[in-house]
Design a protein around this ligand. Structure first.
Ligand code: X5A
Ligand code: ZN
Length: 678
């Protein structure tokens, strides 16, 4: 399995620019590229990436998607004077030609293809291409919305042709609808296209009927086009995460792509004059992290829009940092999607119900008829700047956001612990058997006296029983290092997981942590005290053994994984992740006890997907001595993408009902669970 992150940047792509006055096009400036690259340098991210040169895409490659008329028209602009350029630009909606445009656009195409080659050849695992002009509005026969050639669409066709790929996922998180990409793949079931976009009931550019949620694809491509229209501005971190949990990720895992391409526009970020949204840069780290769990981590991020230079470049940095597998910053803001977002999510789920198994058993219905206007107010996600010293006033909003972001990023970015994954000596040897280069750091276990000293602060009674004390050694040693920020995450063996965790959980509270998420898989004999809300327990166990019912901070999930397939991901995406993101823990403890009802892939999925939380502070406590489980968890903690899923099995009606009941019971407490507007 490849590691490493490619970065493609060529200053030549700054040489396409607007030569005349045009208030619509004047935001697509060369500085978008140079500012992003400079910010990457500033965070020392450039030197950590594998530099890959851009190249010009060939005519043949451009013709994979575009007509020869379009190619010839574009080619002919190279020798035009300003007047002619202006005239031909007028043939298109929101596009400008410069004598260098054709060359730049060919470099943009070639950069995307170079990135695909780097990832598909195994030279790197993932990467980002900083390109101009962008691509996703461009159509077979037309430039549109600052785009000449559709870089991402060409990359997808190229990957199909050159590498024989049969399933490619395109995620378009730009704030505009990539209608060009939709048109190109509308009838193609091998390319799943997902786009969210500012829509405002068709008021917002490009104001197309076919950008609405009922455009699901055509012919064989039905179900492979997913539009999530935002009908209000001001969407923020929680709305974007809810869209991933309740729409994109379930479908994406079921689709099981071999490669993921991102049409990566950052005009969906805070401060952007086009998008008017509120999502802060760190949310892009989380979106990136989720997509890294697909296609064995094969992820190509290709720049599209983004017009607030500071917001754009900070978001680019968050993306690249995540591709490099740095621990993720915590998402800020209240975790509750707004009603308008929930309404859109519910509608797109209903529209796609016939095509995806994950919806088969749910009674999702349309909330409103198409094109009816919602009177629901936009409630959540008030502008995050409002809490800050930089209050937004009408005047010079851009500068205010810039100052807000300057401060915000200082709060969000944190020093990365020197060691990523710690463990005990015995594990190290086993981890070396893996193909993924797992670097586990062996820490010396505390001796009896050290443990006694540590435990006596908060659990004096335990010092008496030698056996419990010894079973705590590994757990407490690693927990202590996580809390001291010497390591990021770790894996501990314990012959008595629930006892170890119950005791160990007293320790983080001594460090003043406010919220610890504890996920327990299997039999749990000691239930930690959750009354003060500082611990949230999710207990995943077989049905037979539980008598306890769920409450806000103690949730019982009766789940026995299907023997011939994997049905647990629906519970992780539809329930555990939303609860965890609502809680926003400072530490996560995942304990695997005896009699576990989940298989290795289910447990690894938990570790993989939850790693974005708590600045990636995760402690695994494992009682099971299954070496395969240990290896898989170690790999995931060390940064491998989650292991392959195998056959997708939709959950039984009984399980769906349980999730539904839990969601109904808990969605007022844990608001990220909300995905229908009732
Ligand atoms: C790539 C991109 C936006 C075009 C807006 C035209 N294009 N009003 O963000
Ligand atoms: Zn855009």
């Amino acid at each position: 399995m490849a590691s490493g992150t490619a970065l493609i940047y060529d200053e030549a792509m700054t040489r396409h620019k607007l030569l005349w006055n045009d208030p619509i096009c004047d935001i697509e400036v060369p500085e978008r590229l140079s500012a992003s690259y400079e910010q990457l340098q500033c965070y020392h991210l450039v030197e950590r990436c594998v530099p890959v040169p851009a190249r010009e895409g060939s005519e043949e490659e451009i013709l994979l998607v575009h007509s020869s008329e379009h190619l010839e028209a574009a080619k002919s602009t190279q020798t035009m004077n300003e007047e002619e350029l202006k005239r031909i630009s007028g043939n298109y909606d929101s596009f400008f030609f410069h004598p260098n445009t054709y060359h730049c656009a060919r470099l943009a195409v070639g950069a995307a293809l170079q990135l695909v080659d780097s990832v598909m050849s195994g030279k790197v695992c993932n990467g980002m291409a900083l390109v101009r002009p962008p691509g996703h509005h461009s159509q077979r026969n037309a430039a549109n919305g600052f785009c000449l050639f559709n870089n991402v669409a060409i990359a997808a066709e190229y990957a199909k042709l050159k590498y024989g790929l049969q399933r490619i996922l395109i995620v378009d998180w730009d704030v505009h609808h990539g209608q060009g990409t939709q048109y190109i793949f509308e009838e193609d079931p091998s390319v799943l296209y997902f786009s969210w976009h500012r829509y405002e009931h068709q008021e917002f550019w490009p104001s197309l009927k076919e950008s609405d949620y009922d455009a699901v694809g055509l012919g064989k491509g039905k179900g492979f086009n997913i539009n999530l229209p935002w009908n209000k501005v001001g969407m923020g971190n929680s709305d974007y995460l809810a869209a991933f949990f309740h729409v994109l990720l379930p479908v994406a895992f079921e689709f099981d792509p071999e490669l993921v391409l991102v049409s990566s526009g950052y005009d969906s970020g805070i401060g952007d004059p086009e998008g008017q949204m509120n999502a802060t840069p760190e949310v892009f780290a989380h979106l990136t992290h989720f997509l890294m769990q697909l296609a064995h981590g094969k992820l190509c991020v290709i720049l599209e829009g983004g017009y607030h230079l500071k917001s754009l470049s900070e978001s680019v940095c968050m993306t690249v940092k995540t591709l490099l597998r740095d621990p993720l910053p915590q998402v800020t803001g209240e975790m509750a999607p707004c009603l308008s977002a929930i309404e859109s999510i519910q509608n797109v789920r209903a529209a796609h119900k016939p095509y995806w198994k994950w919806l088969t058993y749910e009674d999702t219905s349309f909330l409103h008829n198409l094109s009816t206007r919602s009177d629901l107010p936009k409630t959540a996600d008030t502008n995050p700047c409002a809490d800050d010293e930089a209050k937004i006033t009408d005047s010079n909003e851009t500068d205010k956001i810039e100052r807000f972001l300057e401060l915000h990023m200082k709060n969000v970015i944190f020093p990365v612990p020197p060691i990523r994954t710690a463990t005990t000596a015995e594990l190290k040897a086993s981890a070396h058997l893996n193909t993924f280069p797992v670097h586990l750091h062996v820490v010396k276990e505390m001796d009896k006296n050290e443990i006694e000293a540590l435990v006596s602060d908060f659990h004096a009674d335990l010092v008496k029983t030698n056996k419990t004390l010894l079973s705590l050694r590994s757990t407490l040693t690693i927990l202590d290092k996580i809390l001291k920020k010497e390591v990021c995450n770790g894996i501990a063996e314990s012959p008595a997981a629930s006892a170890s965790v119950a005791v160990a959980l007293r320790h983080p509270l001594c460090f003043g942590l406010q919220r610890v998420l504890c996920i327990f898989v299997g039999d749990m004999h000691i239930i930690p005290n959750t009354e003060d809300g500082k611990i949230l327990v999710i207990h995943i166990c077989k049905e037979e053994q539980t008598g306890k019912s769920s409450s806000k901070h103690y949730i019982v999930l009766n789940w026995k994984e299907d023997a011939d397939g994997n049905d647990f991901f629906s519970a992780v995406l539809g329930f555990i992740l939303p609860v965890a993101y609502s809680y926003q823990p400072n530490l996560i403890v995942i304990a695997v006890g005896p009699n576990r009802s989940l298989g290795i892939s289910g447990i690894s999925l938990l570790f993989g997907l939850l790693q974005g939380l708590a600045e990636s502070r995760i402690l695994a406590v494992i009682e099971d001595t299954d070496i395969n489980l240990m290896q898989s968890v170690a790999k995931t903690l060390a940064g491998a993408s989650v292991p392959h899923f195998g056959v997708h099995v939709p959950p039984t009606q009984e399980k769906v009902n349980q999730i539904k009941m839990l969601r109904n019971q808990l969605q007022q407490d844990w608001k990220m669970l909300q995905c229908s507007g009732k």
